[in-house]
Design a protein around this ligand. Structure first.
Ligand code: HPA
Length: 274
C-alpha cells in the first residue's frame, strides 16, 4: 500500500491542532533504551502515536511510542520516543511515515539514533559511532511505490544522506567534550533475529562497521524530502560471532543504560550548536 498526500496531511493537521502554534525544527528519533532524552524536553506537548491518524504503535521493548514537542538546548524539537521497525510487521513506508509528517510540520533536520552491533573488531561495545553512510541494499526502499512529488523527486541522490556539515559539527562537539567518537558505515539488516556469524563476516567484507535493524529507512525518507541528517549509533554489543557468547536484547538495553549520560550529553551538545 502507498500512503496518499491526503493521509500525510490528515496526520499533520491532527498534530498541528495540538501544538498551539509551536513549530518544531529538529526531529529526533530515539533508539533502543535511549528514549530517556525525550523526558528532558522542556514545556513538553506529548502526543501518543495511537492518537495520530495513520501512525503505528511501537511494539519493541524500550520504545514508548509517542511524540514529544518542546525545547531542548534552545532548539524547537520533535522527539520520537520510540520508533517502529520492519520486523514488527510494518512496511518500510509505515516505518518512515512519521518523518514525513514531521517534515510537513516544519522540521528541516533529523537526528537519528540507534543501538547497533559492533562489526569493526578494532572497537568495543559501549563506543559511540557517527554514521557517515549506510548500506541498505538487500531490502526494498521506503520510497517504493508512487512518488509523492510534494516530498521529493522519483530518483533522489543518496551521495550524502548523512549531512557533511552535521558530521563535522558532531566530530567537533565530541572532541570538545572529550567524548570518543568512532565513525563508520551502518549496515541495515531487517531482523528480528540477530545476524549469524557468517552474515557478520559478510557485512564486514561489504564495508559495514555497525549492524542494526533501524534508521536507514527513516534516513532515506528524510533525505528524499530535503532534510539534513545526523546519525549517531551506540555500539551496544559486539556483533554475532566476534565474542564466544550469545546476543541478547537485555545486553543491548543494559549497554544503552550504561552509555546514557555520554550519549545524551553528545546529542544535547550537538543540538545546542545547530
Ligand atoms: N544486530 C542487529 N541489531 C542490533 C544489534 C545487533 O547485533 N545490536 C543492537 N541492535
Amino acid at each position: 500500500m502507498t500512503f496518499t498526500m491526503e493521509q500525510y496531511r490528515a496526520s499533520e493537521r491532527a498534530v498541528r491542532e495540538r501544538l498551539g502554534g509551536f513549530t518544531p525544527k529538529v526531529a529526533m528519533v530515539l533508539g533502543s533504551g535511549l528514549g530517556g532524552l525525550g523526558d528532558e524536553v522542556e514545556n513538553p506537548i506529548i502526543i501518543d502515536y495511537k492518537d495520530i491518524p495513520h501512525f503505528k504503535a511501537s511494539t519493541a521493548p524500550g520504545h514508548k511510542g509517542r511524540l514529544i514537542f518542546g525545547t531542548l538546548e534552545g532548539q524547537k524539537v520533535a522527539v520520537m520516543q520510540g520508533r517502529t521497525h520492519h520486523y514488527e510487521g510494518y512496511s518500510y513506508e509505515e516505518v518512515s511515515y512519521a518523518v514525513r509528517v514531521l517534515r510537513l510540520l516544519g522540521c528541516d533536520t533529523l537526528i537519528a539514533t540507534n543501538a547497533a552491533g559492533c562489526v569493526n573488531t578494532a572497537w568495543k561495545a559501549g563506543d559511540l559511532m557517527l554514521i557517515t553512510d549506510h548500506i541498505k541494499m538487500f531490502s526494498e526502499s521506503p520510497l517504493r511505490g508512487e512518488n509523492l512529488p510534494e516530498f521529493g523527486v522519483r530518483f533522489p541522490d543518496a551521495s550524502h544522506l548523512y549531512t557533511v556539515r552535521l558530521q563535522e559539527l558532531a566530530r567537533q562537539t565530541a572532541r570538545e567534550r572529550g567524548i570518543p567518537l568512532r565513525e563508520g558505515v551502518y549496515f541495515y539488516c531487517y531482523g528480528p533475529q540477530y545476524e549469524t556469524p557468517a552474515e557478520i563476516r559478510a557485512v564486514r567484507a561489504l564495508g559495514g562497521d555497525a549492524v542494526g535493524m533501524s534508521t536507514a529507512p527513516e534516513v532515506i525518507v528524510a533525505g528524499h524530502c530535503g532534510m539534513e541528517v545526523l546519525g549517531i549509533t551506540l555500539l551496544s554489543n559486539m556483533a554475532a560471532g566476534i565474542l564466544d557468547q550469545p546476543l541478547s536484547e537485555q545486553e543491548v538495553l543494559d549497554a544503552a543504560e550504561e552509555a546514557r549520560e555520554k550519549f545524551t550529553g553528545l546529542v544535547r551538545a550537538c543540538l545546542k550548536k545547530m
